[in-house]
Ligand binder design. Structure first.
Ligand SMILES: Cc1cc2nc3c(=O)[nH]c(=O)nc-3n(C[C@H](O)[C@H](O)[C@H](O)COP(=O)(O)OP(=O)(O)OC[C@H]3O[C@@H](n4cnc5c(N)ncnc54)[C@H](O)[C@@H]3O)c2cc1C
Length: 464
């Protein structure tokens, strides 16, 4: 970390470049920027935080940082779950909260342009007011930003039917490490011009530059929605119902796997609460035309009951259904209150391999003697084994590390991937080569070196 006098000098320079309202260097202001939502990783207080009000200010700050070789960590809302915006090397945190304007929603073209710091839920409301629909729905949507979603290629329950952020991004404006500004992609729904730098930025986790503006495509808002709850006797049966539904061609908009313990927590919000008689639950939303929703509900009911599910409940009351989804989005914060420390894993497996993955996690939990809850966006195979620390002893840490390693290995063995949505950050960097292989990792490092030759953008992330 810089000394007080160098920090003061840095502050002065940054004020000259971005304005006094945008720059913070007092320790009490910097404290909140030392980590993301994973407070268990190595924290580090940056030397300065800058909240630029436009692209020009962001560009000036990056050009300065590049010249002086100062590390820069982009930050949206800090809701990440992989340590991505932790400023491990100190330097400047470049925070997009003031780049928060929706620049335009084009109904005729079904697209929108937004600044990177727009909060996702605000954007959902704005497009839905116009009868349009932006599906990506990470469960942190009340705080997370569009820029953060692009940088982590975020997804959520609706990914099963609609895909993730990467499927909607048409273009980005980004400031590169040396301060130059690029406009990648466009507002057209198709484009074939050179390398696809737009999608190079999706999932780049702040290591290639700062995204300042995003263009996305929109869909018509579905006219009908129905929530369904399938009560299953065992996790294995629930996993079979998931692959059965997908194979039957009824693709729900959301398909969440909820174990009994999680449902008991969610019951503090669900109204009226659900009698928790099954070991595993599937919470779904069907959407589309009225006829299609009714047809899918019928397919779901007969298929789930044929596989031995205890009950299939179609929730008719919209207000009651809304409490299920509110409870689902609050689940992670509620889990955090239950344990001394919580690590949420993020492995995705092919959907027909979910039963094996569920059994493997139970085996790992039993063998190591630690609590691992298992929920997730089962419809797209993205499972979140969640390690609950009963104490903070070194022994517990070792067991958790061993469990993470075994879970990741099992996911890969089943043809899966080490992260479905949270990204790599600090949390998964040691496993990156397991999935990508040496040659692909080398190719990525060359891209990084070409765009950021001094390595100032978010150092320490993806690979160490
Ligand atoms: C309760 C809870 C539920 C969650 N549920 C989900 C979920 O369902 N699905 C999901 O995908 N994630 C989920 N997350 C994780 C997190 O919310 C997402 O990763 C989200 O996309 C992060 O957005 P952010 O604005 O908070 O980014 P940050 O956490 O601030 O940053 C994340 C990464 O993106 C980089 N970054 C941020 N903004 C920019 C930018 N403008 N330009 C370049 N790089 C940038 C940062 O450097 C960092 O590497 C959840 C988190 C919490 C706490």
């Amino acid at each position: 970390m810089a000394t007080t006098s160098t920090r003061k000098a840095l502050g002065k320079d940054l004020i000259r470049l971005a304005g006094s309202r945008a720059v913070f260097t007092a320790p009490e202001d910097l404290y909140a920027f030392q980590s993301d939502a994973t407070h268990y990783f190595a924290r580090n207080i940056p030397d300065a935080v800058v909240l630029p009000e436009d692209t020009d200010a962001a560009s000036a700050v990056l050009a300065y940082a590049y010249e002086h070789e100062i590390p820069v960590t982009p930050r949206g809302a800090g809701s990440g779950l992989s340590g991505g915006c932790t400023p491990v090397a100190g330097g400047i945190v470049l925070d997009t909260k003031r780049l928060n304007r929706i620049l335009g929603i084009n109904r005729g073209n079904m697209t929108a342009r937004v600044q990177a710091g727009v909060v996702l839920e605000d954007f959902h409301r704005a497009v839905e007011k116009q009868g349009l629909f932006y599906p990506p729905d990470p469960q942190s949507m009340s705080v997370c930003t569009l820029g953060g979603n692009v940088a982590t290629r975020a997804g959520g329950p609706r990914a099963v039917k609609y895909g993730t952020t990467g499927n909607y991004v048409l273009g980005v404006e980004a400031v590169l490490a040396d301060g130059s500004v690029i406009q990648a992609g466009s507002d057209c729904v198709k484009q074939s011009v050179g390398y696809d730098l737009t999608h190079l930025f999706t999932g780049s986790e702040g290591t290639l530059g700062l995204v300042t503006r995003v263009s996305v495509r929109l869909l018509p808002k579905p006219t009908h929605r129905r929530t369904a709850l399938v009560v299953c006797e065992t996790p294995d049966q629930a996993a079979q119902v998931v692959s059965g539904i997908i194979a039957a061609g009824a693709v729900p908009a959301m398909l969440e796997y909820v174990p009994q313990a999680a449902l008991s927590l969610m019951n503090s919000i669900i109204r009226p609460p659900v009698a928790a008689q099954g070991e595993a639950y599937l919470l779904m939303e069907l959407d589309g035309t009225e006829a299609r929703v009714a047809e899918e509900a019928e397919i779901l009911r007969s298929m789930a009951l044929d596989l031995g599910a205890e009950e299939v409940r179609i929730v008719e009351d919209e207000r009651e259904a809304a409490t299920y989804w509110k409870a689902r989005s609050r689940l992670y914060p509620m889990i955090l209150t239950m344990a001394k420390k919580v690590i949420s894993e993020d492995v995705t497996v092919p959907r027909d391999r979910i039963p094996e993955f569920v059994r493997a996690v139970a085996e790992i939990s039993g063998r190591l003697g630690i609590l691992i809850g298992l929920g997730g966006h089962a419809g797209d195979g993205n499972m979140h084994p969640t390690i609950l620390f009963t104490d903070l002893s070194p022994e517990m840490e070792q067991k958790a590390e061993a469990a993470i390693e075994d879970i990741v290995k099992k996911g890969l063995e089943l043809g899966g991937t080490i992260s479905g949505e949270h990204g790599i950050g600090l949390h998964k960097s040691r496993f990156l080569e397991w999935e990508l292989g040496r040659a692909q990792l080398t190719a990525m490092k060359r891209i990084k070196a070409a765009l950021d030759p001094k390595g100032i953008m978010n150092p320490g992330k993806l690979w160490t």
